[in-house]
Write a protein that binds this ligand. Structure first.
Ligand SMILES: [Zn+2]
Length: 423
């Protein structure tokens, strides 16, 4: 009896831990990835040889190689794995000087090298022959897929239209390196626009743990970055159904009921994870973690040519946005250093000269505020560690200001577009 009573409570306990990584998402917004794990090959059957999408500043055209096919959700999964590897390499360049001040060095040694199995592991895949082959093909596909599109030239602040790729040059095991040795790993030199966007923080903070929970909901996986960017500009954020189908190579259904039916499972998964919530249609699923009355997070508006879908941001998006604000503050703090970090007192240390208790109280106060704003108690540890850095670096006033802004935004919904994001 006791056991049975405890079970549901245990199940509600949050297993997922947030794992924020800065991600370059231009290609995601350009419809580079088909939604789905089934590969399309250009020119085969009725498949077109390229894909063109309307984007801010013009059109983006994706021209895949016939041999390797269109990039799809597999490629996006591998790209996220690659980006986690890139972030690890970036973090190694962060240095702490003799005063304890952190200096950020946004350098990345290229080529970026890693084993095939490291990539497979980061993608959450099993060490199997087919996955090994898929990883190699991912490298080649993203070296050869052409992109004709506008890109932001960050230092100059202007948008240029150019013909490019994701990767400029790559080596896979067995290829000959400059040293004359045979490669036993993957080596990647990304294109200049990609490295430039990374170096200048033209990235989106993405929760990789959340992304993995989207599992095989490939429409959700593909659309989620567009939602993140869209919610910063509008609430609700509206998108044409036809535009979604064109961008992600989804079959266009002429019957409104089909349009709703074929996308429902993916939208419900986004709702279940708290990414979308609100609107006129009530939530009707039994396994929703939100037990109070609330909207499901999307509304359809149909006409015979097309439909418009209105999406509403949920608490998970708000949590990500608050994390983004904190990260920007942190980055500014580190960049604008050097700041002498205050020493952290050992337990039982002399507290007469240093207000250790106040510091702890301050961290506690801000952590509680952050959790309240984001409605995400499971992120308490995440907030505490981030806030500790800022408080110890003497950024309490800045933090206070940010939290106030975040609270106002959370109350009023988002309209401000504060993201430094390209293009
Ligand atoms: Zn619900």
């Amino acid at each position: 009896m006791t056991e049975a009573a405890q079970l549901p409570a245990k199940r509600e306990e949050p297993q997922p831990i947030t794992e924020y990584i800065p991600v370059e998402v231009t290609l995601e917004l350009y419809g580079y990835f088909d939604a789905g794990y089934k590969r399309r090959y250009p020119g085969k059957g009725s498949t077109p040889t390229s894909k063109t999408v309307d984007v801010p500043g013009g059109k983006a055209k994706i021209v895949p190689p016939a041999e390797y096919g269109f990039p799809n959700t597999t490629d996006k999964d591998f790209k996220r794995a690659f980006e986690r590897i890139v972030i690890k390499r970036l973090e190694r360049r962060t240095t702490i000087d003799e005063h304890g001040a952190t200096r950020r060095r946004p350098h990345l040694k290229v080529p970026i090298s890693f084993t095939v199995y490291e990539l497979i592991k980061e993608a959450g895949l099993a060490r199997t022959g087919p996955n090994y082959k898929a990883a190699i093909q991912w490298v080649k596909r993203n070296t050869f897929t052409g992109i004709e599109a506008p890109f932001l030239d960050v230092p100059k602040g202007q948008t240029l239209t150019l013909n490019t790729h994701l990767f400029r040059q790559t080596w896979t095991p067995g290829d000959t390196l400059a040293t004359g040795d045979l490669a036993d790993k993957i080596y990647i030199i990304p294109e200049g626009w990609f490295l430039s966007h990374l170096a200048h923080n033209k990235t989106l903070l993405v929760d990789h743990a959340f992304y993995k929970q989207l599992t095989s909901y490939t429409i959700a996986k593909t659309i989620v970055d567009s939602l993140a960017v869209g919610f910063r500009k509008a609430n609700p954020w509206r998108k044409s159904y036809r535009a979604i189908c064109d961008a992600y190579a989804l079959r266009f259904y002429s019957k409104p009921s089909d349009r709703e039916r074929k996308t429902a499972a993916d939208f419900w998964q986004l709702h279940r994870l708290g990414y979308i919530e609100g609107g006129t249609k009530p939530c009707t699923i039994d396994d929703c973690p939100n037990t109070t009355a609330h909207g499901r997070g999307w509304d359809w508006q149909h006409n015979h040519q097309d439909s418009v879908i209105a999406f509403y941001p949920g608490p998970k998006f708000l949590a990500d946005q608050a994390a983004h604000h904190l990260r920007v503050a942190q980055a500014e703090q580190i960049t604008n250093g050097p700041t002498l970090a205050k020493p952290i007192l050992a337990p039982g240390g002399d507290t007469s000269t240093f207000p250790a208790v106040d510091l702890a109280d301050t961290i506690q106060k801000f952590t509680t505020a952050a959790v309240q704003i984001t409605h995400e108690d499971r992120n308490r540890g995440f907030w505490r560690s981030r806030i500790r850095v800022l408080v110890e670096a003497d950024c309490a006033a800045l933090l206070e200001k940010l939290l106030k802004e975040a609270r106002t935004e959370a109350d009023q919904g988002y309209q401000a577009d504060s993201c430094n994001f390209a293009p």
